[in-house]
Design a protein around this ligand. Sequence first.
Ligand SMILES: [Zn+2]
Length: 81
Amino acid sequence: MSGVLWQMVDHRFTKAHASEYLDGELSPPERERVERHTSVCPKCRALLASLRRMIETLPTLAAQPRPSVEAGVLARLRRDG
Ligand SMILES: [Zn+2]
């Protein structure tokens, strides 16, 4: 396989596993793959940067999976039902 094709495969892999990478859920070889790819791919570097910023600015997101809009809908459903 040519280098360009490998880069496409790594590109897909990196996009698919970006959040796992940031969460430290990837195995060492997988992390290495993501890091090697982001060093040559500005798009994936930007993707990781924006994901990381999102994680940092919304630290309670994981603890509160339900947005307030959805909570309001549920409350209304409960009241009407
Ligand atoms: Zn990429």
